[in-house]
Design a binder for this molecule. Structure first.
Ligand code: ADP
Ligand code: MG
Length: 394
């Protein structure tokens, strides 16, 4: 049975909350679980407090969202509720975006990249195999989406159309873009004359199977933590953007296989044309003739607590914190503006929102925000901040 045969879901923005289990460290520290998930929509934080006379009381904070998931819920169930409608939309010409928001250690990467993706990114002892069979339960949301996408593409009704899936993966760190599929090479993001977002020097790889995508992503993911050259980006300080695009059959001959233009006269001439009049004349030219049917962006956001790092004594860390704070606030404002169908959407507020502009605007754009929370008492303040942020988005 094909995923496209289900009912069409018109929801444009959905906000979900997911709690992770208590970690071994938290358990050994006798940290307690203060989060109650009331399936399917509610979350309650039971915050222990002391009254003036020191008698203990519990203050409960109540929140409601589109979906809430407890610590026992695996990625594939989150996927089914939050992402599958966005995959279906993609086949109908939609642009879908899923954000993972939350403090460092709350489960963003676990959701986006899966349990195996994380192990491999850590290098060394990780499992070598790909998530097949039972291992799919906690595969990354992007991998679960790709599995469904390839299943549709292989369906008799689609196989003859010659549609293909392409992936790009980059990091936004300190307001700059780095290509995770090309050794963190710098990427320029500009607006063309028609105000469409264009990426100069970004690798876009055609993938023919989930396995190929997983391998590609594992390599890219390893660039995140180990690619610490000039920009010493530990992954909690950057936003990682994975874009899957579904493309139609090429009208002219394809130029796949050529590497992106990052230097040389071609790149120079593109840059000289500046913001207003960029001629998209790079190696993507051939590929651009393959019309984009739909896209799905998965964004593993920087740790939300980093935005509060603005009082750090180290200047670099302080600046980073300010940058992250600005981008997360800008993202919230943009999503709110989109939801209210305001005429003016403040995309220019940050690099993150500029980069995502094309994915977030328009009648066919759909967005999901997965707010990840840790269950422990020691994370109470951050968890409250995350839920307040998510609450404001809806
Ligand atoms: P973040 O990316 O938000 O910093 P991670 O995804 O790296 O956080 O998660 C922190 C730790 O918690 C990791 O060891 C991860 O495997 C574990 N974890 C996160 N979410 C879950 C979950 N839903 N179930 C089991 N373990 C989880
Ligand atoms: Mg992470």
């Amino acid at each position: 049975d094909c995923i496209l045969e289900g009912p069409v879901d018109e929801t444009t923005i959905r906000v979900a909350v997911r709690k992770r289990p208590l970690s071994a460290t938290e358990r050994s520290n006798k940290d307690t679980d203060i989060i109650e998930i009331q399936h399917p929509r509610n979350v309650v934080i039971h915050e222990p407090k002391k009254q003036l006379d020191l008698t203990p009381v519990t203050e409960s904070h109540y929140f409601a969202f589109d979906h809430t998931f407890g610590a026992e819920v695996p990625n594939d169930r989150v996927y089914h509720t939050v992402c599958l409608p966005l995959v279906v939309s993609m086949f109908r010409g939609g642009k879908s975006t899923c954000f993972a928001y939350g403090q460092t250690g709350s489960g963003k990467t676990f959701a986006m990249m899966g349990d195996q993706g994380r192990e491999r990114a850590g290098g060394g002892k990780g499992r070598k195999g790909h998530p097949t069979g039972e291992g799919w339960e906690n595969a990354g949301l992007y991998a679960l989406a790709a599995r469904d996408i390839f299943q549709v593409l292989a369906h008799p009704a689609f196989a003859s159309r010659g549609w293909t899936l392409h992936v790009s993966f980059f990091e936004i760190y300190g307001g700059k873009l780095f290509d995770l599929l090309n050794r963190r090479a710098p990427v320029r993001c500009l607006e063309d004359a028609r105000q469409h977002v264009r990426f100069l020097g970004l690798t876009e790889k055609a993938v023919v199977s989930v396995e190929e995508l997983l391998t590609t992503m594992a390599e890219g993911q390893s660039q995140r933590s180990t690619g610490s050259t000039a920009a010493n980006a530990d992954s909690s300080r950057s936003h990682a953007v994975l874009q899957l695009s579904l493309k139609g059959h090429a009208c002219a001959e394809r130029s796949a296989g050529r590497s992106p233009v990052t230097s040389g006269p071609e790149a120079k001439s593109m840059l000289q044309h500046g913001k207003r009049n960029v001629r998209v004349k790079d190696s993507n030219q051939g590929r651009l003739k393959e019309p984009v049917i739909g896209s799905f962006s998965f964004i593993d956001l920087a740790g939300s607590e980093r935005g509060a790092d603005t009082r750090n004594t180290e200047k670099a860390t302080r600046m980073e914190g300010a940058e992250i704070n600005t981008s997360l606030l800008a993202l919230k404002e943009v999503i709110r503006a989109l939801d209210r169908k305001q005429n003016h959407t403040p995309f220019r507020g940050s690099k993150l929102t500029q980069v995502l502009k094309d994915s977030l605007v328009g009648a066919r754009a759909k967005t999901a925000m997965l707010a990840c929370i840790a269950p422990a008492l020691s994370s109470c303040e951050h968890t409250l901040n995350t839920l307040r942020y998510a609450d404001r988005v809806k």
